[in-house]
Design a protein around this ligand. Structure first.
Ligand code: NOJ
Ligand code: CA
Length: 560
């Protein structure tokens, strides 16, 4: 295979709503992005993935699309999109859009027709969605077809009186799932995708891509996720999109899937396969769950970080795709907490741990995705009031915690630790009002620490996290670190994160402590001639036995 641009890329994930507001309505927008393109170019990224920008009632911040062909009024116009593509391309920055194919908003014309038997297009559109008749219990009362639970909490079924049916929604009830067994529906999605390609977009991140197929036998199950996740037939749909739309138009794609066997990983993103170019997977994302917690269950309870499992997840993917496909590396996206608050320490060891996380991630091979604000060490939110939160998921889950016996404070802490809103607060540009994001109160509050943590301040400091990211990104390109081969050292060590990445001209050795206490690491390798190029305490010589301070991390280089 010829080398593709995305193999050498550094992708920046941009949450448009919170990046930069250009017209002072409190909401980030396309002109805001355009005004900051120089910043992105200076940081050294060469592709941006923008969260959904389509017309939407914003029940799930744009993942609920009500018109696939329109730009949300919140974000601007189609002219702004064209201007962005043109200006980004001048700076050698590619544009990647989010493509949502699993569901729509309930406010899209398709669904309006689908749910209303009197609508002139009812017959055509009813089958674009997934319907089931009610069941009746022993008392003759209407009950849901199954007890399956949605990803946002609550049932997957919503009753539609007009047809006396339930429709399926695996996310919010304003996001009905599309029926991928319907040919017309698929053709409409293909046409729509092609339309954006023709406008000049370079790639897509395909949302919820492992959920497209459902178990149409609708067996009982609670939560029943296996009935709408990773059912083998979804690969057929993805391959169809790939062969008919993505590959003939030479457009880049990355899918999203919670997990995958080796065979599946190759199907998704093997060089020879035609589903996606790369896959976003989550094996390393919730390595600190307290999975037995009954009050704030699932991802919501925090436990000790299982460093081993983070290393093993990356290692597994590197091994599965070695020579056969291309890997992504990233810490988190808009669906997880801020990595610094999550895996680092955003108070006592702010500087040390933020750099440790940068060194451990960005010397691994694969194409990195850096998440907006990560490069300046933004933290989780500090909200004290439930109404400060915005995410649809927060409110169903809060009620759930209370019903399971949580106090208000316990529930609030779970939200501050684990909710998706943590990653979505406005970008901290400077220490002026509203962090330089907007002149008016933003759609979501800024985190108060912006007076200390902001880009303007970090730009001036050569040792800042921002300047560290910038310097690593440059080195990453110069040394083609994306392209290396990784080997973890002592992968089962519970506290350290240590590996070698061998590129064409050099060997990089990363030695890091993931804990807030001292540890010692033994390196069973030849240690001669390594030079310490990055550190977060002070420069060190390499020895076989190394004592590491809390979150201490060191990057060594050996020229070949
Ligand atoms: C995954 C997206 O990343 C998330 O933000 C969204 O809520 C769901 N898919 C549904 O579209
Ligand atoms: Ca705006």
């Amino acid at each position: 295979m010829n080398r593709k641009w995305w193999q050498d890329a550094i992708i920046y994930q941009l949450y448009i709503r919170s990046f930069k507001d250009s017209n002072n309505d409190g909401i980030g927008d396309f002109q805001g992005i355009i005004s900051k393109l120089d910043y992105l170019s200076d940081l050294g990224v060469n592709a941006i993935w923008i969260s959904p920008h389509y017309e939407s009632p914003m029940d799930d911040n744009g993942y609920d699309i009500s018109d696939f062909y329109k730009v949300s009024k919140d974000y601007g116009t189609i002219e702004d999109v064209k201007e962005l593509i043109k200006k980004a391309h001048k700076l050698n920055i590619k544009i990647i859009f989010d493509l949502v194919l699993n569901h729509t908003s309930d406010e899209i014309e398709w669904f309006k027709a689908a749910k209303d038997p009197n609508h002139k297009d009812h017959e055509k559109y009813h089958d674009y969605y997934i319907w089931q008749p009610p069941k009746y219990n022993g008392k003759g009362e209407r009950v849901m077809p199954t007890q399956w639970r949605s990803w946002f909490g609550g049932p997957v079924w919503e009753y539609n009186e007009a047809t006396n049916e339930y429709y399926l929604h695996i996310f919010s009830k304003k996001m009905p799932d599309l029926n991928w067994r319907n040919e017309d529906m698929k053709n409409d999605l293909k046409k729509m995708t092609k339309w954006w390609i023709d406008l000049g977009v370079d790639g897509f991140r395909v949302d919820a891509s492992n959920h497209l197929e459902k178990n149409w036998d609708f067996p009982e199950g609670h939560p029943g996720y296996e009935n709408f996740s990773s059912i083998p037939k979804h690969h057929e749909y993805l391959e169809e999109m790939g062969t008919e739309v993505f590959y003939p138009n030479d457009v880049f794609t990355m899918g999203e899937s919670g997990g995958a066997s080796k065979e599946e990983a190759i199907k998704y993103c093997g060089f020879e396969n035609k589903e996606f170019d790369m896959l976003i997977h989550f094996g390393h994302c919730w390595a600190d769950g307290d999975w037995d917690n009954k009050i704030t269950p699932g991802k919501w309870a925090k436990g000790k970080i299982d460093v081993k499992s983070i290393k093993h997840s990356f290692d597994r993917w590197f091994k599965m795709l070695k020579g056969k496909g291309w890997n992504i590396i990233y810490w988190h996206n808009h669906d997880q907490p801020r990595v610094l608050s999550h895996y680092g320490n955003d108070s006592e060891y702010y500087n040390e741990s933020s750099k440790m996380l940068a060194y451990t991630l960005y010397f691994m091979p694969g194409t990195p995705i850096v998440y907006q604000g990560e490069e300046i060490g933004m933290t989780n939110v500090d909200y004290e009031d439930l109404n400060d939160f915005r995410d649809v998921e927060v409110f169903t889950e809060y009620d759930n915690f209370i019903s399971l016996g949580a106090t208000h404070e316990v529930a609030m802490q779970a939200l501050r630790d684990r909710s998706r809103d943590n990653a979505r607060s406005p970008f901290q540009w400077d220490n002026s009002v509203n962090s330089g994001f907007s002149e008016v109160t933003p759609w979501m509050n800024t985190v108060k620490n912006y007076t200390e943590i902001n880009l303007e301040k970090q730009r001036k400091d050569p040792n800042s996290l921002f300047n560290t990211y910038k310097s690593i990104f440059k080195l990453r390109k110069d040394e083609m670190i994306n392209n290396g081969y990784i080997k973890f050292i002592d992968i089962d060590n519970e506290d350290s994160y240590t590996y070698i990445n061998e590129t064409e001209n050099a060997i990089f050795l990363i030695v890091a402590n993931f804990r807030n206490f001292d540890i010692s690491v033994y390196l069973d390798i030849n240690i001669e001639n390594y030079i310490n190029i990055y550190y977060n305490y002070s420069v060190r010589e390499l020895t076989k036995n190394i004592e590491l301070k809390p979150y201490e991390a060191l990057v060594f280089k050996l020229n070949k």
